[in-house]
Each structure stands twice: as structure tokens, then as C-alpha cells.
Design a protein around this ligand. Sequence first.
Ligand code: ZN
Length: 347
Amino acid sequence: MKPSPEEQLVFLSKLQRLFSEGDFTATYKFALLIALADLAVELGNDSGEPLELGHRGIAAKFIELYWQQSAPYSTGRSGTSQDVLVQNSGTQAAVITAIVEFRQNNLAATAQSARLLPSYQALILKVGQTVSAQPINYLQNLGGGTDPFLYERVRGAIILKRGVAYCLRRFQPLVQQLARSRWVGHVKRNKLNSPRLGEADDLESFLFETPRQALTIIGAGLKKLTSSHCFYCGTTVHDADVDHFVPFSMYPRDLMHNFVLAHPACNRSKSDTLAALPHLERWLEFITRHDDALNEIGETAGRISDRSSCRSVAQWGYSNAISSGGQAWIKSNSYESVNQAYVDCLG
Ligand SMILES: [Zn+2]
């Protein structure tokens, strides 16, 4: 059932066509592509089977993606104003307006804590309707026609076609990077944003990355939790870095359970590689034992906190490493090949 290498190439070239020929009046289609790739990693598997994704689940991803972006953006430079960035040509995107209104009327620091409020149901419904009527409807329109190569629609959901979840999992970092860079370009090109942007050059980090103050909160929380011990070498650390356990280059999304405390030297040495088996086993134990505390730190720092998604991401990362002959970092200048034992311990 897995797509052949030829089918995977066809998938990639269609995806590329979608980016170059698709008509993007709002940034929704980028959000939808990122949402589909994320959901394929979190809910799908490598069997090649079709995967059903409900509108509600996709709407929840949209809220997560646009949450940070629905805060006012400020360059801090004179001559620019501080306001929410516009993500549709001509007028603000309805999803942003809905989130801005929700945030004005509800006390919720994060998209995740918002989920606990009764009024969140109305927000999901509203965003779900927009997502269904717009990007889900139009994403597969290319060069004047329709090529439904990604999904078909059923009531309240879409079904990713055979091989699509597989390809989205396989090429998730590529989909993320393509969608993000086009997304940033879209926001920059929108004339309505010029009073807000000026010559701003940190747009991508505002739209997608963990704010610096959030990292400070996470670092302080992890220090308390671990009595200031480096996750990798186990010795005491003073000026600690916050490291992405599954590298950010591999999965550019900040999940709270993916953060560990590390010496800057250990962090630099590990760099963009996956961690070796003893680290992986320790990490699994760590996120299980400290699940509640990590959720609490995530809540304070405004980061998504979901242990089971984070585990799925790790499983996906290590499985991909096996199929591409990836290496895992043991310690400075010491590596081994990722093998089946890694995936077994995540199973
Ligand atoms: Zn260390």
C-alpha cells in the first residue's frame, strides 16, 4: 500500500505546482497544508492507508497556528504602528477576526487553555465553517482546474487519499518550510501591512517561533524541575540552553514536552541530530514522570503541551531516520546509527 518512489515524486511535483499556481488570496491554504502535515504526523502511520481528518480537528490546528499571529505585531521602530497583521487581501481574514474577538472576551493565555472554556466550542464551529468553505474547498484548484490529489470531502471531514498521509509524513519538514516561507511572503506583500511592518526583518520568527520570553519561562521551569541538571550529560548547569529534543530543523513546531535543559556545549554538539537510545529512554521516562509539571510550564509559557503528540512526533522522526540511514548523537563526537530498537521503545 505504500506509495512507490515514482508516486512520491508525482506527489512532490503536484505539491510544488500547488504552491506556484494556486491562487492565495488569504494565508489559509498555507495553514491548511501545515495542518494536514502535522495531523498526518500526529494521527497517521506509514501504512499508506487513507486517513480521515474531521473539520473540528483541522479547525483546532488553525486556531493553534493563528493564535500567536492574532496578537498585535510591533517592530518597535519609529514610523511603524502596532496592530494585528492582515492575512487576506482587502480585509482581515475571518479566522483571525474570530480569534481576536475570542481573546478579547475570554481570559485564555494559550490556544490550549482556550480549549477548556465553554465558549471555545463556538470558536471551533466558526473557524471550522470558514475552513470548510474556503481553503478545503479551494486548495486543490490549480491553473484553472481542480486536481483532487490530496483528499476527498465527506460530511464534516476530509479523507486523505491512499499514500497522501504517508507522503505528508515523509516530507513534513519540506511542506512546513515551503508553506512558511510563502506565508511570510504573503503577509509582507499585503499592502495593508506596510504601516505595521516598515522594514521589519523578524516576521518569520514572530509568525512561527517561540518568543524569547517564553523560552526564559521554559528554561526557569525546567531548571526547577531538574534541579539545574543538563538533560544530556547529567551534570549541573548554570547558564542553560533550552534544547529541542527532536531537532527544530526536523520538526519546526514548539511542543512543550520536546524541550529539555542542556549545557550550551552539549546543545551545540548535538546540533540538528536526533539523540541516541539512552537519551531517548531517559526522555520518555522524564516526560511521563513530569507530565503534569510540564503541562503547567507550557501553560505559563503559552506553548502547546501534549505528551502523546510529542511521542508521535518522536516516533515519526526516528522512523524517518531509519529509512534514510540517519545518525543519533551519543555525546561530543560520538554517534551511532538509528535502529529498530529506537522505534520499539517508542511503540
Ligand atoms: Zn551537558
